[in-house]
Write a new protein. Structure first.
Lengths: 355, 158, 373
């Protein structure tokens, strides 16, 4: 009995190949997948913004947007329309080419990262054998966008903000990488679908690896929130400080790109956490293994939403860290802990103490 | 060793803070204090002593209590009250008496201090409780408090 | 490393940055000219006057009952206490003694005002440092105090309820009940505030050791209020020079010696607890008596100078009236607490980072209309 999604994918694939010559059909397939990912990017970005506003409101004893559509579901569409209708201007003496191209770096980085995620057994665009490594290196492209945006704005506050943000992102990538490495040790492979196979037979990785995995998860959450410039690490774009960070001079749709890219980065970090620690699209305790028509990507999205909620909880509870405290946290606390944790995990695997 | 106790204490305080906001999140439906303002105008009621706007109450025969003594005009700190008065022959006693023509009140300048209402000896002006006083034309904020055709009630002395 | 060495080796530029007047962390319209070198501040120069409304000049053309409502708008978060200051000065000049009922009611309402002001300060401090939910929790509790005031005085921000000689009208019958309910409710909320912000490791790191003010500097610059009490200078007017019913109640003065922003924070939290204790002692036995001592309709103070000081939520407010015997004062001067506290800012901000400046200003609790008058 085939899964219905698999049917759709293979049906479309066969149909395309039957009506067009092979080269054209392949290219059409690529275009369809790319369009699907762009649509997913836009929709997820828009609705994450709405979710953030609603969740923030519930923490703060108020209701969120509830006028534009039932439960405010058309609110971000209204916001997007407003941003599209704003004038895009070039301030004097900006470096024109770099100024225009900076937002696209962050979007391209986010889109390429999204393409390797296993949303379900069949819905994965690239299943390459260096999955995690590729994912991690591509998500660093976003830093270039931030630095270019700050430099090309010809504005000293934007430059300071961009420098700080770049510094923060680069430092915390170390911690993210090392904690991912710890889990890769446990899983035994860099390929994403392999990692999920290991979790299907042995239980979720965070349970398999008990103590070192839990420490790795905590470090990953802290470093992940820092990498996406979210509170409590959002000194760069805080309104109480000077200016508005690297996107001061952008308006309209370009600002929307940076803004959406932040939420998509949050989605990406949560997805990495879900795939590596919590079993990807597998159901807990295998309760829907037998039901073949159950859409597996639903489990993936539910788990990602829970981790995103955790990140939002951090944002609305804690005050901000100062820049030097941020760096102290990383280089004096997170990095040594990470290295020690890596060694502990290696020892645990060697002595076969995993579950 | 203080390195590890620092980390442990830090994480403990962070989790305590998160528990406070988490508690509010769970009780969000009941605990939200938002008043859905334009939709709840029917049930919204101000307190009795709320200082909304100064009005002059008139009774059924279109009579008010203002004798034109000008005590409110003197008490007002910034000139929001202007009284236009004249001496006319009082029909009852036959003597000349002060009577008001218009009691002009500038809502745009009023600071809601309440000194005019305290100064009035006959309780001619009182506080009303309307809070929606915005208009598109500033001239509408200069109000004449006594209605046209009204006169002072007989027997009121200041 | 001396400045000499830095100049010869690496040429860094100092540049000017304008913080404000429209700024989410400036608590009003305050313009600060910062001279920064990288992230370190070299000089802070406040530029005042954006909300100067010549209140002292307006007092010269108003009568003594009319100058009370102008003080509402100076430090609008402790408006009742400002009114009390002027009324006490005029009563000192006329040498009238108000009844016990008026004294007790003035004290209770003054302490409620102090609670409301500190609640707003707590919310704004959290918000300036990045914890955006504290603002909403503080306002939720503050609304209850505003409801108490609205029922009795009719207004929520600019009250004008105290007049020279007593009160404008008697308190509402529900006042005692509502106040007791509020105190019972707030006693459960203040520990929650502590759990959310006070013990938080991030908050402590942002405020401990930041903005150090020594006791000698506090006395030299004339800082009063929680700013001075956080540095060990016992300057509470309610203890030193009691007015209204403060000599009849028993409360501790909040005093800490560290002198950093965390100490000022703790001073205000302790003041909130002490305010609740004062209200508890007074609310059940409000004595009977006159609401207003009879004064002439046109008050004329005898020739001379009169001065009275009170403790607002920000520090010592002093009212000086110079009268020549006519119905308008000749000169009224307000010694505002924020002005002297602001003068400390340049001294303690040399060599700190910009983020520290924000934390320091949040702990100072400025209300700019109080400084500019």
């Amino acid at each position: 009995m085939m899964n219905i999604p698999l049917n759709i994918v293979s049906t479309v694939h066969d149909w395309l190949f039957s009506i067009m010559p092979e080269g054209v059909a392949t290219v059409t397939e690529w275009i369809i997948v790319a369009a699907l990912y762009l649509a997913l990017f836009a929709v997820i970005g828009l609705y994450l913004v709405l979710l953030e506003r609603k969740v923030a409101a519930w923490f703060q004893l108020r209701l969120g947007p509830n006028r534009v559509g039932p439960w405010g579901i058309f609110q971000t569409i209204a916001d997007a329309l407003k941003l599209v209708s704003k004038e895009i201007y070039n301030p004097a003496r900006v470096d024109g080419f770099l100024f225009k191209i900076a937002p696209y770096f962050v979007i391209v980085g986010a889109l390429i990262s999204m393409s390797v995620f296993p949303f379900s057994k069949q819905f994965q665009a690239f299943d390459i054998n260096i999955g995690i490594f590729f994912l991690f290196s591509v998500s660093s492209i976003g830093v270039i966008g931030i630095l270019l945006g700050g430099w090309a704005s010809n504005n000293k506050f934007a430059l300071i903000g961009a420098m700080r943000s770049g510094l923060q992102t680069i430092s915390y990538e170390l911690s993210v990488g090392l904690s991912l490495l710890t889990m890769v040790l446990l899983a035994g492979s860099l390929q994403l679908s392999e990692i999920i196979e290991v979790q299907r037979t042995g239980g979720w990785l965070i349970l398999q690896g008990h103590i070192p995995a839990i420490i790795a998860f905590m470090i990953f959450m802290i470093a992940g929130t820092a990498e996406t410039n979210r509170a409590p690490f959002d000194l760069v774009e805080a309104e109480s400080e000077l200016g508005a960070g690297f996107h001061t001079e952008y308006s309209g749709m370009q600002f929307a790109y940076f803004f959406l890219a932040e939420f998509i980065n949050m989605f990406i970090i949560s997805s990495i956490a879900v795939v590596l620690f919590f079993g990807g699209w597998l159901s807990p305790f295998g309760i829907t293994e037998g039901i073949t028509w159950f859409p597996e990507f639903l489990w993936f999205f539910i788990k990602v939403l829970i981790i995103i909620f955790l990140m939002m909880w951090f944002r609305w509870t804690f005050p901000r860290l100062r820049v030097d405290q941020l760096l102290t946290l990383e280089w004096k606390y997170l990095l040594p802990l990470n290295l020690v944790n890596l060694v502990i995990m290696a020892v645990v695997i060697w002595l076969n103490w995993t579950f | 060793m203080s390195y590890f106790s620092d980390i442990y204490n830090g994480i403990k305080t962070l989790l305590t803070g998160m528990s406070v906001t988490g508690g509010y999140f769970i009780r969000a439906r009941k605990g939200s204090i938002t008043q859905q303002y334009p939709d709840n105008r029917d049930t919204l009621k101000m307190f009795d002593r709320f200082r909304g706007e100064v009005v002059m109450p008139h009774d059924d025969h279109n009579e008010h209590h203002c004798t034109g003594c000008q005590k409110c005009e003197i008490a007002c700190p910034n000139g929001s009250i202007e009284i236009v008065w004249d001496r006319q022959v009082d029909p009852e006693t036959g003597k000349k008496k002060k009577m008001i023509d218009k009691h002009i009140y500038h809502l745009s300048m009023c600071t809601m201090c309440g000194l005019c209402i305290e100064a009035c000896p006959t309780d001619a002006i009182v506080w009303a409780q309307n809070y929606e006083n915005s208009v598109y034309d500033r001239a509408l904020l200069t109000k004449v408090l006594n209605q046209p055709g009204s006169k002072v009630k007989a027997g009121i002395e200041d | 490393m001396t400045d000499q060495k830095v100049k010869t080796k690496m040429k860094t530029e100092e540049y000017f940055v304008n913080m404000g007047p429209q700024h989410p962390a400036a608590h009003g319209v305050l313009r600060l000219l910062l001279t920064i070198d990288g992230e370190i501040i070299k000089n802070v120069e406040p530029d005042l006057g954006y909300i100067h409304r010549s209140i002292e000049k307006m007092c010269e053309r108003d009568s003594y009952q009319q100058i009370v409502h102008l003080t509402d708008r100076m430090d609008y978060l402790s408006s009742h206490i400002n009114n009390e200051a002027v009324c006490l000065t005029v009563e000192k000049g006329l040498e009238i003694e108000v009844s016990d009922r008026v004294k007790v009611i003035r004290t209770i309402i003054g302490e409620l005002t102090r609670l409301a002001s500190h609640q707003l300060w707590w919310g704004v401090m959290g918000m300036d440092l990045g914890a955006l939910t504290t603002y909403f929790y503080a306002f939720r509790d503050r609304e209850l105090i505003n409801d108490i005031f609205e029922e009795t005085c009719g207004a929520r921000l600019t009250m004008n309820y105290f007049v020279p000689g007593g009160l404008m009208y008697d308190i509402h019958p529900n006042f005692v009940k509502r106040t007791k309910e509020f105190i019972a409710h707030f006693k459960t909320k203040l520990p929650e505030y502590d759990r959310l912000l006070t013990g938080n490791v991030i908050f402590e790191k942002r405020t401990k050791g930041v903005g150090m003010l020594t006791k000698e500097d506090a006395i030299a610059f004339g800082a009063t209020g929680p700013v001075a009490r956080g540095s060990g200078f016992a300057s509470d007017i309610r203890k030193k020079d009691p007015y209204s019913a403060y000599d009849k109640v028993d409360f501790k003065e909040a005093l800490f010696t560290e002198g950093d922003s965390y100490a000022r924070y703790k001073v205000r939290i302790m003041e909130m607890w002490e305010s609740m204790s004062i209200i508890d002692q007074l609310i059940d036995n409000i004595p009977e008596g006159n609401i207003k001592e009879p004064t002439k309709a046109v008050i004329k103070l005898p020739k001379g100078e009169f001065y009275q000081r009170v403790e607002t939520a920000r520090g010592e407010l002093g009212v000086y009236i110079n009268s020549t015997g006519t119905k308008n004062p000749y000169r009224v001067k307000f010694r505002s607490p924020g002005f002297s506290n602001l003068s400390v800012l340049n001294h303690i901000s040399k060599g700190v980072k910009i983020a520290d400046l924000v934390a320091t200003m949040a702990s100072f609790d400025f209300v700019i209309p109080d400084i500019d008058r």
